[in-house]
Design a protein around this ligand. Sequence first.
Ligand code: SF4
Ligand code: SF4
Length: 241
Amino acid sequence: MTSTGKHSSEKGTSNSALLSAQQSAELCQACGICCTGAFFSHVTVSSKEAEILKSTAIETHVNKKEKIVFDQPCFALSGTSCSIYDKRPGSCRAFLCKLTRNVLTGETELDSALGTVAELKALTAWLVANAPLDMIKHELNPSTNKPDSIDKTLTAWHNLKSKAGGNTAPEVRARSLGLLQVLMGLYFRFEQKQNTAELSEQDVDYITNAFAFAKLCDRYFEKSRLLRKYAQLIQRLPQTD
Ligand code: SF4
Ligand code: SF4
């Protein structure tokens, strides 16, 4: 009896571990957000990995800290999947967001996790569609900060918005954006406007949604550098009844 119980318990554990692994893979296949530039501005690779990536759409470069990196959004992302799965570098293989880890441990049900991903994608789509791009053009274009890549990002935003008329699927939009960089740049402009009491209603709306995005990222996906910054802006907004 004890023995049978132990065996069935082990079998149960192994089946549930397998199920959790399948569910976490299903979640990632439906998501792909961590490769869109919403959480990270770049991925660090080894020189050996950089060699392997030469045969892919990814371009690596050496950054100011003398690390070999490639920028996000990742050009190897196809829809919500990695198009170079077998060649993806170690950092990509090792990354698991909090949500995936919670699905793997059985702490979060797949349906609930998919709902969280859908919520983040909806917020992403809104932030993209309503971004005051002209406001960030100067902020995001300092000569020290890879102007080429930032210009490409902004051009991609403009093209996507005008082509899609606001109807592109959120994951397609997110792919071409680098939302982290853009929201970081916007933060400094909003802060400046706040100091001179120039925030418009649209600005307040945007800050509110950017804060919601940062909170969701930080709570369910990956610690977000945006959270503290947008929380500061929110705290300084005039209180409404
Ligand atoms: S953000 Fe999380 S759930 Fe989405 S693809 Fe990345 S690891 Fe998977
Ligand atoms: S190589 Fe693949 S897993 Fe890594 S960031 Fe690019 S699309 Fe994502």
